[in-house]
Write a protein that binds this ligand. Structure first.
Ligand code: MRU
Length: 368
């Protein structure tokens, strides 16, 4: 995406130096820092510590991580046990986003088809770069399929601003291009539809107020940051026309895991008759499970992420303690929104209802 006149992606492979590079999202929006990933340890650290984050981007990083495992110094790239153990380590970096397992497995299968080391490395890099391009294209399609939904609301409102509420960051920073939840918003904006986005700040790490607000602002999209608890109130007062969120893992029956707080937005949307859409590429579906609440592992992160807040203080980044230091905190990073609360999915193949047979009608190759 275009940032201050420069084309950017959150991950890229620099051909000259043969290096995987990422934007370090921990420091946005106040500092723009790019980081090299040279080893599997670097890659695991980047995923765990959320240098990179968002399901499709974690998938792309894991995919390039397999290539990194093969080329890193002292590699044992032709030792299958070694490669499999590195893939397992990559997949263990975070538990919820389906894309991580999908990306690592896809690249390791492509690599393991070759015995010869050079061919193996080449296959891994090609497959990882293919995934990156495919995911960028999928998000573009999500934008195209989501556009008529926003367009219809705009027409109904006589072209008054369409108010979209989104949670967390499901933008291009979380993907490769366009984003998932933001793709229909950017496409509507680029088609001269008046859109305004309510950006949930998304405690504790503030992916909404730090990242979504930054992205939307750079693209010129009108937006307002709200507290995570404000959604219900503004929905009751007719200030939200549609909710669009992303997802980290969605079951074949349509249950949606996404950033903690998504479920409460879905409940409030249902109570106020507001459409609640989930935008996702097919790499986020977990085709093997049907009960999201029982079967999707929910990451629990360091409680210090709740207790300490980062920001700028007198122009310098600062970390500040909020509650009593000795108070315990629990940091559940995701929740599950049952399919019954979801109006529909916006995917790279079109829009469907959140029900197994409707999902499978778009992805017939996944029928049992
Ligand atoms: O913990 P994060 O920042 O990786 O969580 C990200 C989200 O919850 C996003 O909404 C989700 O990955 C969809 S991204 C297109």
């Amino acid at each position: 995406m275009n940032v201050d006149g420069k084309e950017m992606r959150p991950i890229w492979f620099e051909k000259d130096s043969q290096t995987v590079k990422v934007i370090d999202q921990r420091f946005l929006p106040h500092q723009f820092i790019a980081k090299d990933l040279n080893t599997v340890d670097d890659t695991i650290y980047a995923i765990k510590e959320m240098v990179v984050r968002g399901a499709p981007l974690i998938g792309a990083t894991g995919a390039l991580g397999v290539y990194i495992a093969l080329v890193q110094k002292d590699n044992k790239g032709c030792d299958n046990d070694y490669l499999n153990s590195q893939c397992k380590r990559l997949k263990d970096a975070r538990p919820t986003a389906m894309n991580l397992f999908w990306g690592v497995d896809r690249v390791s299968s492509a690599a393991l088809k070759h015995e010869n080391y050079k061919n193996r490395v080449e296959a891994a890099l090609n497959e990882a770069l293919k995934i990156i391009e495919e995911e960028a294209f999928n998000c573009q399609k999500i934008g195209e399929y989501g556009l008529p939904i926003i367009e219809k609301i705009s027409k109904k409102k006589n072209e008054k601003p369409v108010n979209v509420l989104t949670h967390c960051n499901a933008g291009w920073l979380a993907c490769i291009e366009y984003g998932t939840a933001t793709a229909p918003i950017y496409t509507a904006f680029d088609n001269s539809i008046d859109v305004h986005v309510w950006v949930d700040e998304t405690r504790p790490l503030n992916q909404g107020s730090r990242l979504t607000a930054w992205e939307l602002g750079k693209h010129g999209v009108h937006h307002t940051i709200i507290t995570d608890n404000a959604g219900g109130h503004i929905m009751q007062h007719g200030m939200v026309d549609i909710v669009i969120v992303g997802t980290d893992r969605t079951t074949r029956s349509g249950d949606v895991a996404n950033k903690i707080g998504t479920y409460l937005k879905a409940l409030a949307a249902k109570d106020n008759n507001i459409p609640f859409y989930v935008a996702l590429p097919s790499s986020t579906f977990d085709w093997n499970i049907t009960n999201g609440i029982a079967d999707i592992p929910i990451e629990e992160r360091d409680p210090d992420e709740i207790k300490y807040v980062y920001g700028l203080l007198n122009g310098k980044s600062a970390r500040v303690l909020v509650p009593p230091e000795e108070s315990p905190a629990a940091n559940h990073a995701f929740d599950v929104t049952p399919a019954r609360l979801v109006t529909g999915f916006i995917t790279e193949r079109g829009v469907c209802k959140a029900a197994e047979q409707d999902i499978i009608s778009l992805f017939p190759e996944r029928s049992k």
